[in-house]
Design a protein around this ligand. Structure first.
Ligand SMILES: NC(=O)C1=CN([C@@H]2O[C@H](COP(=O)(O)OP(=O)(O)OC[C@H]3O[C@@H](n4cnc5c(N)ncnc54)[C@H](O)[C@@H]3O)[C@@H](O)[C@H]2O)[C@@H](O)CC1
Ligand SMILES: [K+]
Length: 544
């Protein structure tokens, strides 16, 4: 079933009229929480009677839920202790717990050690420190208590089960951001509907399983802010071909993927498009790829280049290396068609984001973690605003050195030409010695000459090891001047030596291949990275 998720504000707005009408929402919520706790105790401790339950209680209604649920568990035979983490607490919930025979520890008065001891001996911890009203990470002394609990879990032989009330405390209910220490939950019991923070990928490790307790406000919820598909939902939303369908109604997918170096990536990309149900798949690429396709995917059709044949969506970048592939990727990105961008295409989009360009809504990026980190680093370093948060490290690449008189952009070292023939917008510059063409593809792709202060100031390539692709290329390039010289000698018009002497090309390539020193291998300032992430996500994920 598709899971609907809402922002914390949407949930609060839906609750308000019910609260104003005096509906006992907290009682319903706490009852659901207690029932979930009973089920978990049966699984983990063999039952409720005699089980030790510790409630971590904050100052708001989240703590109130935990106290009421604790009262219910206490009346069913559990030994319940509430640990108060704030000077205030929900008075009705406290009265209910005391009335049911529950014990109370005050973190400020009884001390952290006593509270940690009680928690360590528990069968179940109920995290009711913060709910949808929390902002930022946990504050002291609750943060210290959770840090202590986390440290204790490392060497404990037995760790208590954890239920998060509504949301794991310290996790932003809307964004899913984890700030400071957060006690990971085995089960999160949420009310009315999950908040978007619970279903955000980043929070998965802290949230555990999600159970939703209906509290009677569900009909007043607005349009959800996020939909989460489960496996069983896919057949319902996957387009199945009908009688009247043909290749164009089912969709033609074009790929710019694979290369002589990585033909398998092209093959997998084409096969994935075929398996996904595209009406037809066209691929671009060289002879090696064509040979492989003829054997492995004969139903795929070769296209000379992007734009040569009718295509309705593109999958670009996987294993696509070299200047020709880069041009094809750019053409696909510029086509206005939906694009799934991977690998090299992500670098290109990151470079564009660094220049303030926003990708279209119909561009979906598929970076792995290293590619995302690297792309954000590129976007930040190339961004005109980068100076605010991200000082360029002192390491300089071997290129570019000279400056184009027309565009004020650097030109490739060794270039006799001091003038760039390219337009003032050199990201698309065709001049062979324009800085946007200096260096290997991963350097060129996001760089541009006049708009790229970073290039003019000699900003470095992304640190080696940040992304799989970079690491691979770095190893290849850094294997010595001899190898680079041989390569340049064989293929004179490839890489930074394009149009120049092979020896100069080899020299440049070898220089550029030197690893940056440790101080250059850092990620950008977090503020600047966030700004770039916003640019990327505004443009690429939600689009314009
Ligand atoms: N509104 C309702 O009717 C219902 C609310 N319910 C519960 O109420 C919760 C929301 O209650 P509240 O709005 O009281 O919010 P919380 O229970 O999240 O707590 C807010 C309190 O925590 C303090 N606080 C905020 N950020 C903090 C931080 N970083 N560190 C320490 N203290 C911080 C605030 O000053 C405020 O006093 C929900 O998550 C849910 O558990 C449920 O009972 C269902 C019904
Ligand atoms: K909580």
């Amino acid at each position: 079933m598709v899971l609907n998720a809402y922002t914390a504000r949407q949930i609060r707005d839906a609750e308000k009229p019910h609260l104003d009408a005096g509906e006992p929402l907290m009682d319903v919520a706490a009852r659901g929480l207690a029932e979930a706790a009973v089920r978990l105790l049966r699984e983990r401790a063999g039952g409720v009677g005699g089980a030790d339950v510790v409630l971590l209680v904050g100052s708001g209604n989240n703590g109130g839920d935990a106290l009421h649920a604790g009262a219910a568990l206490s009346s069913r035979g559990a030994r319940v202790t509430a640990v108060l983490t704030a000077p205030r607490h929900h008075s009705e919930g406290m009265a209910a717990l005391r009335g049911a025979g529950g014990a109370v520890l005050d973190l400020a008065e009884d001390g952290e050690a006593a509270c940690l001891e009680a928690a360590a001996a528990a069968d179940l911890l109920v995290d009711g420190i913060l709910g949808t009203g929390g902002s930022g990470g946990l504050r002291e002394p609750a943060a210290g208590l959770v840090r202590g609990l986390l440290a204790g879990r490392d060497d404990a032989r037995r760790t208590p089960a954890v239920i998060a009330c509504d949301v794991p405390s310290g996790l932003d209910a809307t964004t899913g951001r984890l700030s400071g220490p957060v006690l990971p939950a085995d089960l999160t019991v949420t009310f009315a509907a999950p908040t978007t923070g619970l279903v955000a990928p980043a929070s998965a490790s802290a949230v555990g399983r999600i159970e939703t307790v209906p509290i009677g406000i569900e009909d007043d919820l607005p349009e959800p802010s996020a939909l989460v598909l489960e496996d069983a939902d896919l057949p319902g939303v996957w387009p199945a071909p009908g009688e009247g369908d043909h290749k164009y109604t089912r969709g033609v997918v074009g790929t710019v993927a694979g290369s002589d170096a990585f033909p398998g990536a092209g093959l997998m990309c084409v096969r994935a498009a075929i398996n996904a149900g595209a009406g037809m798949v066209r691929y671009t690429g060289g002879a090696a790829l064509a040979g492989l396709m003829a054997l492995e995917c004969p139903e795929a059709v070769r296209s000379e280049h992007v734009g040569a044949d009718r295509v309705q969506a593109w999958a670009v970048g996987s294993g696509a290396t070299g200047g020709a592939a880069e041009r094809e990727i750019r053409a696909a990105l510029d086509s206005g068609l939906p694009v799934v961008a991977d690998a090299a295409a992500i670098q290109i989009l990151a470079g564009a984001a660094g220049e303030g360009e926003r990708a279209r809504a119909s561009v979906v990026m598929t970076p792995h973690a290293g590619e995302l980190a690297s792309a954000l680093e590129w976007a930040v370093r190339l961004s005109p605003a980068a100076g605010n948060g991200c000082a360029p490290p002192p390491w300089r690449p071997a290129w570019p050195r000279r400056t184009c008189r027309r565009t004020a952009s650097p030109t490739a070292p060794g270039s006799r030409r001091r003038r760039c023939r390219g337009p003032a917008r050199p990201a698309r510059c065709s001049a062979a010695r324009c800085c946007s063409r200096a260096g290997p593809p991963w350097w060129r792709a996001p760089a541009s000459c006049s708009r790229t202060p970073g290039a003019a100031r000699g900003w470095p390539r992304p640190a080696r090891g940040h992304a799989h692709g970079h690491a691979g290329r770095g190893r290849g390039l850094s294997s010595g001047a001899g190898r680079a010289r041989r390569r340049a000698g064989r293929r004179r018009r490839v890489g930074p030596g394009r149009g120049r002497g092979a020896a100069a090309a080899a020299r440049d390539q070898h220089r550029g291949a030197r690893a940056p020193p440790a101080h250059a291998r850092r990620l950008p300032h977090p503020g600047a990275a966030r700004a770039a992430a916003r640019t990327l996500s505004r443009g690429s994920l939600r689009g314009h």
